[in-house]
Design a protein around this ligand. Sequence first.
Ligand code: CNA
Length: 239
Amino acid sequence: MTNVEQLRQWIQESKTAVFFGGAGVSTESGIPDFRSVDGLYSQKFEYPPEQIISHSFYLHKPEYFFRFYREKMLPLGFEPNVTHKVLAQLEKEGHLAAVVTQNIDGLHQKAGSKTVFELHGSVLRNYCVRCHKFYPAEFVRDAKGIPLCDCGGTVKPDVVLYEESLDQDTLAGAVSAIRRADLLIVGGTSLTVYPAAGLLQYYRGNRLVLINRDETPYDDYANLVFHDSLGKIFSQLSD
Ligand code: CNA
């Protein structure tokens, strides 16, 4: 049996599978990740990207933060790829219980997934820090300089910056889904951003599958490892 056939069989036998993913899930939709050779962290900026997308930088240099955010982090106008679509289909068929994602692009929901735990929030939600009025992503994209609410407050994207903590309900939901999972498929993540990467420790089964182009620190713990593109593997799962 090939590894893909093995994975296909585990999926068919599963009723509570969880997919845990990162930026690599959306590269085949055209959104660059952070840590691949052509990712954001390989480009040159005035400050390191980790610093720019931190809470203190957002507070102290908001104009620069929003310029960077608009140019490099606001993934609008992209479409779900085969991985997003197959995951939505597996949920519909009753095999997949949840998607846990570090992505902020909303593409899983756009593909039709219903139970999605967005650990790092979503660019599609933006709120005034003063009166909490909601604004769509287009408002932040089209604003000049710092996006401001009618009340004068800053409109802040609902994404988790470095130094900020994760939403507790989202985290609890993700932990609970992973604890109950009979199959955990991890894909498109370098597994280096914590606490997100630490969620793997809650999986109790013996069907841990890793699909990532590059090696990860968890490769040795997995029961099945693919160093391949997600699109290639998932397109073989759909037929
Ligand atoms: P990362 O650290 O950039 O790692 C991505 C991983 O995916 C790398 O190890 C790549 O080898 C792998 N990869 C890239 N493309 C593919 C592919 N097509 N098939 C298989 N593997 C692939 O990204 P993480 O998600 O681990 O890091 C967490 C950060 C990145 C989170 O906070 C995200 O919010 C953030 N991010 C999100 C997006 C998005 O929403 N689309 C884009 C860029 C960064």
